[in-house]
Design a protein around this ligand. Structure first.
Ligand code: SF4
Length: 78
């Protein structure tokens, strides 16, 4: 378990193209569902930097990361 316990992670199912890059970057946080769309299997599976990196590497910016307490959007930034 990582140090990401204050992150809210959401995947835009319309935007996800199913390339599984996030599952490679943060394999203990994301997995592919039966429709080949990424889902969050454990929001604290990887550490914070790893999860943020996975979001940054998503080709369609389908992953949104927020601070669960403040609601601040950590990724994507405007
Ligand atoms: S990296 Fe983005 S597009 Fe690729 S599977 Fe994950 S959420 Fe979907």
């Amino acid at each position: 378990m990582g140090d990401a316990d204050n992150l809210k992670i959401t995947v835009d199912r319309e935007a996800c193209i199913g390339d599984a890059a996030c599952c490679s970057d943060a394999p203990d946080t994301f997995e592919m569902d039966d429709d080949d769309i990424a889902v969050v299997k454990d929001p604290v599976g990887d550490d914070r930097d790893t999860i943020l990196e996975a979001a940054e590497n998503c080709p369609t910016d389908a992953i949104k990361i927020e601070d669960a307490e403040s609601g601040e959007v950590l990724y994507p930034k405007d």
